[in-house]
Ligand binder design. Structure first.
Ligand SMILES: NC(=O)N[C@H]1NC(=O)NC1=O
Length: 175
């Protein structure tokens, strides 16, 4: 996607295209629109990262709380966002054995009780075994260390979602 195309978008278009780069946080895209013009698509990605980094602890916790559990209720109910559904499918979470699903649910609950926000990991850079292993080890982190860990994962999710948007745009202009 040419950055000029991004710079010419109305706020409404921009939020439609980039509104779920941070899961269920279209406000972040709406805020970033004011920072146009961007000199490159990388600058837009940096904008997302800087915005997230500039938030208070409560703001960062809020971002994590907008993420659905991995292999949780929303996956079963079919109410995940398209992006999250794809990511969880990529990590094999849509076809877990009932023993693995039970284990993941138990660990997710334990984690949430411990920190007050859900466990977040970039599912596309992981798989079922690594996710279970990370849940088991990260639950032992300190509160602030774990907040930062979750936020770094959010940034990885963002980067891959932005790449998808650019790739889709590049494909559609080739047609
Ligand atoms: N809880 C959690 O990590 N959720 C997410 N991770 C990811 O890659 N997509 C999500 O929705």
């Amino acid at each position: 996607m040419d950055v000029q195309v991004v710079n010419c978008m109305t706020c409404e278009e921009f939020v439609r295209v980039f509104g779920n780069v941070v899961e269920r946080c279209p406000l972040i895209a709406a805020a970033l629109w004011s920072r146009r013009p961007f000199s490159s698509t990388l600058e837009l990605e940096n904008g997302f990262n800087e915005f997230i980094d500039s938030l208070s602890i409560e703001g960062k916790e809020g971002i994590l709380r907008c993420h659905p559990d991995l292999a949780g209720r929303e996956l079963l109910a079919g109410t995940l966002t398209v992006e999250s559904r794809g990511e969880q499918g990529h990590a094999g979470l849509t076809s877990l054995s009932s023993a693995d699903a039970l284990r993941m649910n138990q660990l997710n609950s334990q984690y949430k009780e411990q920190f007050g926000f859900p466990f977040v990991i970039c599912a596309r850079m992981s798989d079922k075994d690594r996710i279970l292993q990370q849940l088991e080890s990260r639950v032992r982190n300190q509160q602030l260390q774990e907040l930062q860990c979750g936020i770094e994962e959010v940034k990885s999710i963002c980067r891959l979602r932005l790449q998808d948007i650019y790739n889709r745009a590049a494909k559609s202009t080739k047609l």
